[in-house]
Design a protein around this ligand. Structure first.
Ligand SMILES: Nc1ncnc2c1ncn2[C@@H]1O[C@H](COP(=O)(O)OP(=O)(O)OP(=O)(O)O)[C@@H](O)[C@H]1O
Length: 720
């Protein structure tokens, strides 16, 4: 304290203080300008992209976009690039119009209300800081009436303060739900929505033709929710503290003078820079966490869908090993993240709470110890206490707000992780719907062919003209396939396993791209596809027969439960209605019906829909021959044209044409004379059976010859 110094040292200090006091307005102006510039720089440093590339340059490079999106979507072999960089802001800018479509939208209104309450809370905090000072001052001055008046104000301000706080939490949660709904709707439109121009949703292609997002279920259910919550929170966690820092510091500058504040700011800035440098890559950690959770979830889902096969194959311990491996990868990552969080939180609290708190106390003491310098001379103890308490409260709020600005960098990094995953999903869905796929190709893939496009036109008949059959891995199964089926010209497709029989149907159904030639086909509603393992949906027994119609649609078509019962008669399944508890019985049909039951339900579906064409892919392999005959006779009665894959000769007679693949890329398309083919087959089988006997007959002949030779030798010996 100047008063305690010896006279020899007091003189220069007095000169300095006087000089300072004389030029104080100018010095203050310089200091405040410095402080403002510094604050702006700090805020910029927190939100500044750590990568200086422009969004255009980073997204225009396919490699870059792929690296970020692909890696976070789980593409093997690529490292995630997730940080608060230009790419993050460009991804966010793409997502924002989906989340807040217009200034009049519900989300914009929620955001405006949220902003209003954030402002209100800051103003209330300023008021409470001043009130706190007045209460303590009244205590020190021993003024009971002032004390009681201020306590009454304290209680009165609690009403708007508590209302504001709970409104902030409420509005933030509402915003999170609103963002999630907007984003989910957009994703679901692409994933499962149908539109006339681009056809059905991209769910099949996403799962089969593209490797970028193997865990779409996790992305749609969990990642979108985490992204929405993080985005809703980031607004309150960044905009509010930045505003708080500015307002509290402005008030503090008025109370304690700009000098202390500038000193404080310099200290805060340097420790903030240190904290920032020590912040772990939370964005990449969050993205990796989501990716590992997705992998674990997918592994569990596979066990549920293939429970029977795994159980019968005794694959339990192998599946458990896989699950354990998947879980421990996640647990190890979570433990690593926790460790990083723990030491980061420790350093953060040490700096923000304790170091800044100590310096803050020093700053609050300026008006007390340097009363003359800051113009507080002559104030009584009460006024000094009031100033100290108010400033201390303001300072605590300011340092808390600044701490949250710093902390928001961590949240911003995590948001970058979720943003990367969600925009990767959206980008992949957009690409897939536009016919752009990214799949790991087979070594033998014909990349030149994959760049080409064939034509698809609508017609009454089915025709493939020079169409290559290419698997999603780019393997050419048949270089140029040509065949045609007019109505009534039932086609049988045969060939060895993996030769491309089902793939032909996938191209016909529009699931796989057409890489050349011409495909003519009727619209999808004129086809019904019955696979070997039919899909049974969630719902009632009736829903299984009429899928994908619902009950309303069935009634609109004028079909009754009685007619459905007649249909079950053609597949020999009428007893199932009583057995399962009526048409409205609902259960998991995929596990409660036998393989044959499921195939018969699927054929009943065909009889309900009565399409012009039926694609039957080994769909009666578990059905007895007599029931199969009954079903195919009824198909013929209904005039449905068949495109059948089957290895059963009993079905040949229902077909007029045959498409026979040899498994080497060649095929024969010809008329099928079922009787002649059967006769030839019988003759072939007889000859093959006879040929099988030949080695045995040869061996026996040799034995007989040996015996004869022995006998001849014995006779000759006896004669001599
Ligand atoms: N989603 C996919 N991704 C990559 N390759 C695929 C995919 N689906 C099928 N394939 C490949 O395409 C080839 C032809 O498959 P397809 O299902 O057409 O065989 P198929 O002739 O019907 O055989 P099967 O008689 O065994 O059913 C196979 O080698 C298969 O591995």
């Amino acid at each position: 304290m100047p008063a305690a110094l010896p006279p020899s040292q007091r003189a220069p200090l007095t000169v300095l203080t006087r000089l300072y006091a004389r030029n104080r307005p100018a010095i203050q102006r310089v200091l405040i300008s410095l402080f403002v510039a510094y604050s702006i720089r700090t805020s910029y440093r927190v939100f500044r992209p750590s990568d200086t590339r422009t969004p255009a340059s980073s997204s225009s490079s396919g490699q870059d976009a792929g690296t970020g999106a692909g890696a976070v979507g789980g593409r093997p072999g690529r490292k995630p690039r997730v940080q608060v960089d230009a790419l993050f802001y460009s991804r966010l800018a793409t997502l924002l119009p989906i989340l807040i479509p217009s200034a009049h939208s519900k989300e914009a209104l929620l955001l405006a209300m949220h902003t209003f309450f954030l402002l209100l809370r800051t103003l209330l905090s300023l008021y409470v800081a001043a009130l706190d000072g007045r209460i303590v001052a009244a205590l020190v001055r021993a003024h009971p009436s002032a004390f009681a008046r201020n306590i009454a104000k304290w209680i009165a301000v609690a009403v708007p303060a508590t209302y504001t706080n709970s409104m902030l939490t409420y509005l933030q949660s509402k915003l999170a739900i609103a963002y999630r709904t907007r984003l989910t709707n957009r994703v679901m439109d692409l994933y499962l929505g149908t539109d006339a121009e681009r056809g059905d949703g991209a769910f099949y292609q996403l799962a089969n033709l593209d490797d970028r997002t193997p865990d779409a279920d996790q992305l749609i259910t969990l990642d979108i929710q985490q992204f929405a919550s993080a985005l809703a929170a980031i607004y309150g966690n960044t905009a509010k503290p930045v505003l708080d820092v500015v307002l509290y510091n402005a008030q503090l500058a008025r109370n304690v003078g700009a000098e202390g504040l500038v000193l404080l700011t310099v200290l805060v800035q340097s420790s903030a820079a240190l904290l920032r440098a020590l912040t772990p890559p939370f964005g990449a950690l969050a993205a990796l966490d989501s990716q590992l959770s997705g992998a674990l979830r997918t592994t569990h889902a596979r066990i549920l869908t293939s429970a029977e096969e795994i159980a019968l194959l005794s694959g339990t311990s192998l599946e458990k090993t896989k699950l354990d491996r998947s879980y421990y990868a996640l647990a190890l990552h979570a433990a690593h993240t926790l460790r990083l969080r723990a030491w980061h939180a420790m350093i953060e609290e040490g700096v923000v709470k304790w170091l800044w708190g100590a310096v803050g106390l020093g700053v609050c003491a300026i008006p007390v110890f340097f009363a003359g310098a800051v113009g507080a001379a002559g104030r009584d103890l009460g006024a000094r206490t009031e100033g100290f308490v108010t400033n201390r409260r303001l300072l605590l709020s300011a340092s808390d707000a600044f701490g949250r600005v710093l902390y928001s960098y961590k949240e911003l990094s995590e948001l970058a992780g979720y943003t990367a995953r969600v925009s990767s999903l959206l980008q992949t869905l957009e690409d897939v719907r536009a016919g752009k796929f990214e799949k790991r190709l087979a070594a033998t893939a014909d990349t030149a062919l994959l760049g080409q496009r064939g034509r698809v036109i609508e017609s009454d008949d089915v025709e493939f003209r020079d169409v290559p059959i290419v698997s999603p891995a780019g393997e050419v199964l048949v270089p140029r396939l040509s065949f045609s089926v007019r109505q009534g010209q039932h086609l049988l497709i045969v060939g060895p396993n993996g030769c491309g029989k089902s793939s032909t149907f996938r191209i016909l159904g529009g699931l796989w791209p057409v890489y050349g030639g011409l495909v003519r086909k009727p619209p999808p509603n004129q086809f019904c596809y019955i696979p070997q393992r039919p899909y049974l949906s969630l719902g009632t027994l009736r829903d299984q027969v009429i899928y994908p119609d619902g009950r309303d649609e069935m009634e609109r078509k004028g079909v009754t439960d009685g007619q459905l019962m007649d249909i079950l008669g053609y597949v020999d399944l009428q007893p199932i209605v009583a057995r399962e508890g009526g048409w409205d019985a609902a259960r998991d049909w995929s596990t409660s019906l036998s393989g044959g039951d499921k195939q018969r339900i699927a054929m009943a579906r065909l009889f309900y829909h009565r399409p012009r064409y039926a694609i039957l892919d080994e769909c009666t392999s578990s059905v007895t021959l007599d029931v199969e005959k009954r079903m195919f006779d009824h198909v013929a009665e209904l005039g449905i044209t068949l495109l059948t894959v089957s290895h059963r000769p009993s079905l040949w007679k229902y077909h007029k044409m045959i498409l026979q693949f040899d498994g080497q890329g060649n095929y024969i398309f010809a008329e099928l004379d079922a009787e002649r083919r059967l006769a030839l087959q019988e003759e072939k089988q007889t000859l093959e059976a006879k040929l099988e006997e030949v080695p045995k007959m040869r061996a026996r002949l040799e034995e007989l010859r040996a015996v004869a030779r022995d006998r001849e030798g014995y006779t000759a010996e006896a004669a001599s």
